[in-house]
Design a protein around this ligand. Structure first.
Ligand SMILES: [Zn+2]
Length: 316
């Protein structure tokens, strides 16, 4: 298919440059796409790398050409999911699984990095950067309450790790309403009757320094006791969807500073998390919140006009 693009040990191809096209080249080993040579693994890999490079160069142009599609994160995704996609969820999950695998093979856990909070943090999940499709301030329960944390897409059973050094401050069940959460030691999790859970489900909170806490919610299980000392990166429990009403499994992460929930995304930074602002899910959530606020403003205005009309009628 690409034989006509090979000239003098070069792969020659076109990329979109605004309205025009520009020619680009990549070195290709001699013999290029000859079927016999392609059976030789070393040659095959070099040719594969050249083709991948070409597709990566061409994919912004391809994304642009398909209106109504969300930009793919990488060129290869055009093969897996087609040229028109309405979200990057599938691609993100495949990339996360790949990063986790590479981290396992390399056996290298990233070192804690400093934050403006004065504590050094690591990612609570493996295979960074992880995608967080939902952040603080979005609507929950049709606008009855605001979302307070960062939702990081994850698979049930994945290890959840402490962001930083600290002491376990809570491990147990979130209960509905304004009821105090119920602490449960991990070894009793299996045989403690499960009450109807609040939105947080099973959760763990760690106190890092005076006034700084991190909380990990919707867990399927946890392994720590209240007052346990933990280091950055220690496993606290496993991802689940306890307390979740409709979405898939994810980690709901909250960071509290002196009693206020703050946005975890800028604290973790772009190396650890792809923030909600870079996802389609967040765009859609913010659009629907805007619509709800608009409807509420209109309803308030209509009620105000009706009350004035009533008062005027009573005066007559
Ligand atoms: Zn959440």
């Amino acid at each position: 298919m690409y034989a006509a693009n090979v000239h003098a040990a070069k792969l020659v191809y076109q990329v979109r440059a605004g309205e025009a096209w520009a020619e680009k080249t990549r070195p290709l080993p001699r013999g290029g796409l000859h079927p016999m040579l392609l059976k030789e693994p070393r040659h095959h890999l070099r040719v594969g790398a050249a083709l991948l490079g070409m597709w990566q160069d061409q994919h912004p142009g391809i994304d642009q050409a398909f209106a109504g599609s969300v930009p793919h994160r990488s060129a290869v995704a055009h093969f897996g999911w087609g040229d028109v996609v309405h979200g990057t969820g599938g691609e993100d999950r495949a990339l996360t699984a790949r990063r986790r695998l590479i981290e396992r093979y390399l056996d290298q856990r990233p070192a804690p990095h400093p934050t403006p909070l004065g504590i050094a943090v690591v990612s609570p999940l493996e295979g960074t950067p992880r995608v967080a499709p939902s952040g603080p301030g979005e609507d929950r329960d049709q606008g009855a309450r605001a979302h307070r944390g960062l939702d990081i897409d994850a698979t049930t059973g994945e290890p959840v790790r402490s962001l930083a050094d600290g002491v376990v401050w809570f491990a147990g069940f979130d209960l509905p309403g304004r009821v105090r959460p119920q602490p449960v030691p991990p070894e009793e999790l299996a045989h403690t009757p499960r009450p109807p859970l609040g939105a947080g489900g099973l959760f763990v909170c760690v106190r890092h320094t005076e006034g700084i806490f991190s909380c990990y919610m919707h867990l399927s299980s946890y392994r720590v006791h209240i007052n346990d000392r933990v280091k950055a990166g220690d496993c606290l429990g496993a991802v689940g969807r306890s307390g979740v009403k409709s979405s898939g499994s994810h980690l709901h992460l909250e960071i509290h500073v002196k009693g206020d929930a703050v946005d975890p995304a800028p604290i973790l930074g772009p190396e650890l998390v792809i923030p909600p602002q870079d996802t389609v899910a967040h765009d859609l959530a913010m659009q629907s919140k805007k619509m709800r606020l608009k409807h509420e403003r209109r309803a308030r205005w209509r009620a105000h006009l009706a009350a004035r009309k009533d008062a005027a009628a009573r005066r007559e």
